[in-house]
Design a protein around this ligand. Structure first.
Ligand SMILES: *Cc1c(COP(=O)(O)O)cnc(C)c1O
Length: 452
């Protein structure tokens, strides 16, 4: 796979997958974007229901990544990374929940983090002269714990997580601060946007980059994005396994979005030939992308705190990538570009009150099914879109986190106790270990230099 930077319009320089994985971000501050999306063969889609999730993931990964990782190694990476299920739970004929939260941290980011850790580890093993890698991650909750679990005890890799003090749930904080070994959590006096800015600044800082071999694991890293396309294909396989499957019906995905990495995974799947009619970009009141889709102007704002806090993003980091999927078809004409994006993506946004009400509604109308607040936003987006669509469709809501991760909100909305899965229960007794820092970059820099 060759990649270019979203800031290099003329595509003067292309890099290998390996380089994009380790650099994370090009020097020109853009995002790495695959130069080409190979289509999967017709036969793959024809018979996809006969394959396991791991087999599907391997086929997609190999087609996209090519021969930079030999087939045998790639198969092993996929088998180790994608070793939990992503089942579909039908709510009714049109509404289906695609549960992406059966990994170790009970949120969809486990897919990306585990795949990325194993890809990096494989590249490091191949290179005898490779230096220790230092992963730096800003997290609004779920990214950090997924990365921590994904990279835990991976040799040659240190992990530092930055999270906003008081802005993640108690369970999330436990997940971030109790991992230990090669993982350190930094508690930042500020917002998630501050954390993200500090990490970005670290990657641009010459001295830090000379002393440490810095790398990112945010959804800007291409090796986290690639595996986020796998479950879209696997969802299609599951739909096809149903005897009543009707191939003429449109397939819609509603994606609860913050930094828009998950949604870009869907765009990869679509480019590679998966028959997705429409993707609904469902957000909370941090509606930068839905507003862009309405007006054509992209206006980042400070993030607002909501119940679906993993989507509290005021400047979505994958936005340039989202546009890049459409730029080559749009002759760099802005209104053309917007129209092309709107053909594939519809934006919807919801308040916290609507989110609470949606959790209650699903619980009452669909046999006690319980959704996390992020998933509930996805549910609302799909429901509204179906009303406009006027035709029968297969609607899939990406369920991004287990409801128990947001126990207070969910219990209040449903008026029922939520049972904590054993993995979360065990966390509660562990002791928090973190380092407190202000939101000034210099403090982060000083701290990191002590690790060099
Ligand atoms: C990260 C996250 C999201 C948003 O995903 P993006 O790829 O950033 O758009 C939604 N829900 C949950 C639970 C998350 O952890």
């Amino acid at each position: 796979m060759q990649l270019f930077s979203t800031n290099d319009i003329a595509r003067k320089r292309e890099v290998s997958f390996r380089e994009a994985v380790f650099k994370s971000m090009p020097d020109d501050n853009g995002l790495y974007m695959p130069a080409f999306f190979p289509k999967l063969p017709h036969g793959f889609f024809e018979h996809i229901e006969k394959f396991t999730f791991q087999e599907i993931a391997f086929e997609v990964a190999q087609t996209l990544i090519g021969d930079e990782i030999p087939a045998l190694a790639l198969r092993q990476i996929v088998e180790e990374a994608i070793n939990f299920n992503a089942p579909i739970v039908p709510l009714d004929k049109q509404l289906h929940v695609l549960e992406l939260f059966h990994g170790p941290t009970l949120a969809f980011k486990d897919f990306g983090a585990r795949f990325m850790a194993r890809v990096m580890s494989w590249f490091l093993q191949e290179d005898a002269s490779a230096r220790e890698i230092h992963i730096l991650v800003a997290t609004s909750g779920d990214t950090g714990s997924a990365v921590a679990q994904g990279f835990l005890n991976v040799p040659g890799i240190q992990v530092t997580l930055l999270y906003p003090k008081g802005k993640v749930s108690q369970l999330q904080e436990k997940q971030l601060t109790t991992v230990g070994n090669n993982v350190t959590a930094l508690e930042i006096e500020g917002t998630f946007d501050d954390c993200q800015r500090m990490v970005k600044q670290a990657f641009l800082d010459q001295e830090l980059n000379q002393r440490l071999n810095l790398s990112s694991a945010n959804s800007i890293n291409i090796s986290r994005l690639v595996p986020q396309s796998f479950y879209y294909f696997n969802a299609y396989a599951q739909l096809k396994r149903d005897i009543s499957f009707n191939p003429k019906r449109a397939i819609l995905f509603s994606v609860p979005s913050g930094n828009f990495g998950n949604l870009c995974g869907g765009l990869i799947a679509k480019r590679m030939g998966l028959p997705i009619r429409q993707i609904i970009a469902s957000t909370n009141v941090n509606d930068i992308v839905p507003s862009y889709l309405d007006t054509g102007s992209f206006e980042p704002k400070p993030s607002v705190r909501t119940l679906s806090n993993a989507m509290d993003v005021g400047n979505p980091s994958n936005f340039a990538r989202l546009q890049a999927f459409y730029k080559s078809d749009s002759n760099s004409d802005e209104s053309n570009l917007l129209a092309n994006i709107q053909k594939d993506i519809t934006g919807k946004r919801y308040t916290d009150a609507e989110t609470r009400e949606a959790i209650r509604e699903v619980y009452q109308q669909h046999r006690g099914y319980v959704m996390c607040p992020h998933t509930a936003v996805g549910y609302l987006g799909l429901k509204e879109y179906l009303k406009e669509f006027h035709r029968p469709a297969y609607g899939l809501i990406l369920a991004t986190a287990h409801p128990a991760k947001f126990i207070d909100v969910v219990e209040e909305a449903t008026d029922e106790k939520v049972v904590l899965p054993p993995a979360l229960q065990a966390l509660l007794v562990k002791k928090k270990q973190s380092v407190s820092l202000s939101n000034h970059f210099e403090e982060l820099k000083t701290y990191l230099l002590t690790k060099a």
